[in-house]
Every structure is written in C-alpha cells, then in structure tokens.
Design a protein around this ligand. Structure first.
Ligand code: C2E
Ligand code: MG
Ligand code: MG
Length: 543
C-alpha cells in the first residue's frame, strides 16, 4: 500500500471517528453532559498521524462540530453561548499543539537513537542496521518495470581476530577502517561499505547491465578489488598488516522484497566459500537445498546418538618389526533407522562443522574406554576433529574422563589432522602439549593430503605420523611413489615420530613399506575395520 493510500485511509478513519463523537454528544443529551470530550480522541489521533497541521485542523474541526450547532441540552433545546464553544476550541487547540510538541520530541529522540545504531562509531561506517535500512529502501523502489541493479558482497576479514588478540582492539579497528577506505577508493561504481559485524564488511553496489553474466562478472570484479586491497600492506602504528579475505555475494532479483533474505543469501555464499576453502562464492539456490539436507542429516545424527545407533569398529595395527598386532584404530559406524550401515565419510564432514562434533567425540571416547576396559583391548586410537582439538575444555578434561573409566592414558592415542595445525598453530600446539602431558599419544593422521609441511612438525610434541593411503596406491608400479614414501618415512623418523602407513592392501605394498622403515601398518591386507566381537576373534586367532 502506498503512503498516499495509507493517508487517505487514516483520514477516513478520523472523519468517521469525528462523526461518531458528534453523534454521541448529541445522542447523550448535548454538550452540557459528560461526552463532549470524546471528541478529543480523534483530535489526538490526527495529531499522532498528521503532526501539527493535523492537531490544528483536528482541534478546530472538533471544536466546530460540537460548537455553535450543537445544543447544550438537547431535551430543552438550549444552545451554548459563543464564549462557551470558542473557549472549547481554544482548549482543544492547546491540547493538540501541546501533544504534537511532545510527539515530535519523542520522534526526534527516537531518530537520534536509530541514527546512533546505524553508525559504527569506531570506523564511521554504516552498521548492519544501516544496511537493512538502505536495502529496504532499495527493494521498495524495485519492481518489474524498474528491475534491481544492485548486488551485495559480504566480506569476512579472516585474520582480524589474530590482529585483535596480538595487537589490541584499537589496531584491529584501524585496520578495518583503512581496509574499508581503500575499498571505497578503489571501487569506481556507486557503492556503500558497511561494518556488518566485528570481522565482516558488507558492500552494496550497483551493477547496471542487461545481461546476467555481465552483472555476475561485475560482482566478481568488486570481490577482486576487496581481495587485492586486503593483500596490500596496511601500516598501522608502524606495523604492516595484510588481511586475508573470503566473501560471498548475491545479485538482487526483481522479486526480492525482504532485506534479511538478501543478506542471508550473501551469507550463504560466504559460508559455502569458507566450507570449501575457497576465497569467494556467489549464492546459488542449490546451496539452500544442501543446507536443508545438512540440517536434516545433523538432526538425524543427533537423534541417532540418543537412540544409540552408533558403534565403534576396530581396525588392527600391525608392528612391522615383530609382525605382531599391537593395537587398533576405532572408527565410527552409524546404523540408521533402517539398520543400514552409514560410513563416516557420509556424515562426519558435516558433523565436524557443527557443535554436534563435541557429543559425537565424547561418545567415541566413552565407547572406546568402555571397550578397552571390558575387553582388555590393546592401544586404541580415536580420531579428533579440528574443533575437538580447539576445545580446550575437552582437551584438559580428557585425562579425567579416561580415568573415570579406569583406563590409563597410554591405552588411548589421539589422531589429529593437519587442518587444526593450520587453523590455529599456537592453540593446536598447546592442545597437543596438554594431551601429551596427560600421558596420551598424539599422531598426525592423513599426512601428505593437506599442507604437508614438515616445518610445523618440528615444533609439535607429536608421538607419531600416519602416512595417508594415497601414497600407497602406486608403490608397486612407480619408482617416484617409492621415493616419496621413503623420504616421508625417513624425515618422520628423523623427527623421532612413530610412522604408521595406512591403506596397505597387498603383500607387495607391505613389503615395500617395511623395507622403507615403516613402524606400523594398517590396511585391508590385514583386516577391514571390524565390529568389536569380530575384532576380538581376529586378534585371538592371530596371537
Ligand atoms: P581415517 O582416520 O584416516 O581412517 C582410515 C580410513 O581408511 C577408514 O575409513 C578405513 O576404513 C580406511 N582404510 C583402512 N585401510 C584401508 C585400506 O587398506 N584400503 C582402503 N581403501 N581404505 C582403508 P572410514 O572408517 O570410512 O573412515 C573414514 C574417515 O572418517 C577416517 O579416516 C576419519 O577421518 C573419519 N572418522 C572415522 N571415525 C571417526 C571418529 O570417530 N571421529 C572423527 N572425527 N572422524 C572419524
Ligand atoms: Mg584416523
Ligand atoms: Mg587417515
């Protein structure tokens, strides 16, 4: 409904209210009785809706309606004196003008308050509230005849948290301010930069073009500018900073009406970019479907945990020096509502990006401890996701948890992945140190598939390294593969790490890695991961 139509409706309502008031005064006997002041209500209403002009007009109209033509007493047909109704008009005017003044000052205070909420005082940029306001205006203006020509880019400053931690809030704010200034100076099309959250900027900009491809390209170009600006050095307090940027974008469509949906779509693009470890993603409707599927999966996993649908399977580890079975890796298996076995690759990557990873891992710890205790298992390794390693409460508590089952920490080994070491090397190092101090072995899983830098290995108090099975596949046919394996094993040994090679499927592979010096192997050649009872039978048969 347009503003004009809304005003007409308001006016009609006020007129009806006046008519009703006048009728009531007449019907109840005239102005000599209690009802004349009912006319004050439509006067106040027109003040609230139409300000001072409304107050003045309303007061005069109200005063006249129950003025010269309205009897003082209908039953005796006595009329009011002029002074009487003129005084009433003056009184109505006074009340109208007075309330208009109060309302106006309340509105101004409210506006000032809203304005304060729309400005980020640290950087002078508009806030999320300002973005909402501007988007609302923009979407109101768009229609099929006037299609939208704007896009939004949500930019996360990845390392801002570290700057904040190491250099303090003032420096971090200055870095954000400089970055926003640089972006503004470098983007040539009309645009506005907002401080969306502590570590996020939003850029609302115009992308005039008939062709969708062209418009998407323009959005990509704005991201390129933000990225380049982030990569350039900003000097704050004499220290040079660079900000790594990741972003999501959304091109506004003509049927978009809700600013929140527009923002959420850019945010979805950003989340997908972060999840896929790429610097930029534009929103795709497929993302929402995937999000819905993921939400459903997470709910089913949560439910499965309550209904005890999870089990641990055990895959033996064999010592190459003695040929003996020395322990196992516990691997999670989910038997869903149809009792169908679901492999961890289908749900763990999704679980790992939610808070559900904590209860899942606590279940794995509890189950592994129960099994170690009741079945006298040899050393068992369990897998920790990045968030588990970053969860200092869990890391510090682990010794106590394990002790509560009467299990010694030497019986449990923790496998971590390189992702945690990359995400926060310092915290990862503290966590590994804390685990080692409590007596747990900690090994690095899937070595070689990620960033594979030996450099950080030297700084970490790890006990072992597991070389990923990707390096095993070509051992029999490729001399290069053997050389790579050899160098990985010898470097790990130089760092005094116990080396496990994963994914051994053939006798030939076993022989090669044994010759190259692997300490332990794990793979289908010996056994697939087995349910607890089958694993025990396997172990018994081998001993
Ligand atoms: P991972 O920790 O590297 O575990 C080894 C995976 O390789 C297991 O897959 C195992 O079945 C498979 N494997 C072992 N030997 C061979 C072989 O000779 N050939 C082949 N082709 N594969 C072999 P699975 O059980 O499907 O687990 C996959 C991944 O899921 C694990 O990789 C681990 O990253 C994750 N995962 C499993 N259980 C847990 C858990 O309790 N917590 C967490 N956070 N992750 C888990
Ligand atoms: Mg593992
Ligand atoms: Mg592995």
């Amino acid at each position: 409904m347009s503003e004009f139509t809304r005003s007409i409706f308001k006016l009609l309502f006020i007129i009806t209210f006046f008519a009703f008031g006048t009728w009531l005064v007449y019907f109840t006997g005239g102005t000599g009785y209690a009802y004349p002041y009912v006319i004050l209500l439509p006067i106040l209403l027109s003040t609230a809706w139409f300000g001072l002009p409304g107050a003045t007009l309303g007061a005069v109209a109200g005063g006249l309606l129950i003025g010269p033509l309205m009897p003082l007493d209908v039953s005796t047909d006595t009329y009011q004196t002029i002074d009487n109704w003129l005084a009433r008009i003056a009184f109505f005017l006074l009340i109208g003008v007075f309330s208009a003044g109060i309302l106006q000052s309340l509105r101004l205070a409210n506006q000032r308050h809203l304005h304060a909420l729309e400005i980020d005082h640290k950087t002078g940029l508009g806030t999320q509230a300002a973005l909402n306001r501007d988007l609302k205006r923009l979407l109101r203006r768009t229609s099929q005849d006037n299609p939208p020509s704007s896009a939004i880019l949500l930019v996360r400053m990845q390392d801002l948290w570290e700057i904040l931690q190491s250099m303090g809030a003032d420096t971090a704010e200055q870095v954000v301010k400089d970055l926003a200034n640089q972006i503004t100076q470098n983007i040539e099309i009309p645009h506005q930069v907002y401080r969306f959250s502590k570590s996020e900027l939003a850029i609302l900009f115009s992308v005039e073009s008939q062709e969708e491809v062209d418009r998407q390209e323009k959005v990509g170009a704005v991201f390129d500018i933000a990225k380049r600006v982030g990569e350039e050095e900003t000097v704050v307090k004499g220290i040079p900073f660079r900000v790594q940027i990741v972003a999501g974008s959304y091109l506004i469509r003509d049927n978009d009406q809700n600013p929140e949906i527009v923002i959420n779509r850019a945010r979805t693009g950003l989340s997908v970019a972060i999840e896929n470890n790429v610097p930029y993603r534009r929103y795709d409707p497929m993302f929402d479907q995937k999000t819905a599927e993921r939400v459903q999966l997470i709910a089913r996993v949560r439910d499965g945990l309550v209904k005890q649908q999870f089990q641990l399977f055990y895959q033996p580890k064999i010592c190459m020096r003695t040929g003996r079975h020395v322990g196992s890796e516990a691997l999670l298996r989910w038997f869903d509502q149809d009792n169908k076995m679901v492999m961890p690759g289908l749900f763990m990557p999704k679980v790992e990006s939610t808070s559900l990873i904590d209860p899942v891992t606590r279940f794995v710890i509890a189950k592994a401890c129960e099994n170690i205790k009741s079945h006298n298992l040899m050393s068992v390794s369990i897998n920790f996701a990045i968030d588990n390693l970053m969860n200092s409460a869990l890391i510090e508590e682990l010794g106590r948890i394990v002790a509560s089952y009467g299990v010694s920490p030497e019986s449990l080994e923790i496998e971590i992945t390189e992702g945690a070491l990359i995400r926060d090397p310092e915290q990862a190092k503290t966590a590994v140190r804390t685990l080692r101090d409590q007596g747990f072995k900690v090994s690095l899983d899937d070595f070689g598939t990620g960033y594979s830098s030996f450099q950080y290995l030297t700084h970490l108090p790890l006990s072992g390294l597991k070389i990923d099975r990707a390096f095993v596949e070509n051992l029999e046919t490729s001399a290069d593969a053997r050389t790579i394996m050899e160098s990985m094993i010898s470097m790990a040994k130089a760092l005094k790490l116990e080396v496990t090679v994963e994914g051994i499927e053939t006798e030939e592979q076993r022989k090669i890695v044994t010759d190259l010096g692997a300490d332990l192997v794990q793979g289908f050649h010996y056994s697939r991961p087995l349910p607890l009872t089958v694993y025990q039978q396997w172990a018994k048969a081998r001993s």
